[in-house]
Write a protein that binds this ligand. Sequence first.
Ligand code: NAD
Ligand code: MG
Length: 295
Amino acid sequence: MTKAAMKDPKELKQKPPFPAQEQEHPGAESGMQPRADHGESSYRGLGRLKDRVALITGADSGIGRAVALAYAREGADVGIAYLNEHEDANETRRLVEEAGRKAALFPGDLSSDAACKKLVEDAAKAFGRIDILVNNAAEQGKAVESFEELDAERVERAFRVNILSMFHIVRHALPHMKPGSVIINTSSIQAYQPRPEILDYAATKGAIVTFSKGLAKALIGRGIRVNTVAPGPVWTPLVVQSFPANKNAEFGQNSPMERPAQPAELAPAYVFLASDESSYVTGEVLGVTGGKPLG
Ligand code: NAD
Ligand code: MG
């Protein structure tokens, strides 16, 4: 009998220490050492999202790029929303087009209702409809040393970008979503195990869990499912632009897996929740945490 190719998950991807590094908001994938793995050489599609239209926020880099790549290889066209990282967004576009699917770029700051409305209108114009909406964009400020550093401006911006944008984007997107469509929101292990250094961010991630559970109840009558992915530590620009260089060097070390996830390891959860394989799953939170329990 031939042997199955099996590997210890702890050993599958790079472990810390990483080179000490730090970036400024919003960070660039091209500046990361080592570069992240988005599944470029590994993700194989099975046509599970054939001819569907996906709109993904924060799709230029990190988890969003890995999801865009996987969706395209599963047969979907992809709208790539992002803040202003044009170089990163162009690379995601290249990956989607290389898979033989249509891509469109939508730069813009989603901290206002007007910007969220414009994003949805532009995407609807480009693709005609939205079948899969992935609310994945987020800001995570620099780690603070004391609670008082979380001033009103910073906290209000975190809530505007990370959670209020979800209310707005969903509200504007619904007219373009038919029964069978899905919404997937990105939360975090931070919703359950908040770090004081990024408490503003963690609180928005808790709000996203509650929002998504309630939204699932609100929309199932229209045949739209809503689910949440809660990642643990993932090697992305969001991390290196938030924590100091010495912390980034040991990122993921405290995980039961002794390493962070690579974005490629998140994408299958988003494929599952977008495809008909999860047809009886709604209002659920899927943790991809490397062994840190949610709750
Ligand atoms: P990332 O930096 O690659 O992606 C976040 C993206 O959000 C950015 O690329 C940026 O284009 C976009 N964005 C930021 N501010 C914006 C704004 N004002 N308007 C529009 N777009 C904006 O990092 P990532 O880690 O892949 O983040 C994706 C999601 O995963 C986020 O919701 C994040 O909170 C979540 N998450 C990440 C981790 C982690 O360890 N990396 C852990 C748990 C959850
Ligand atoms: Mg980015």
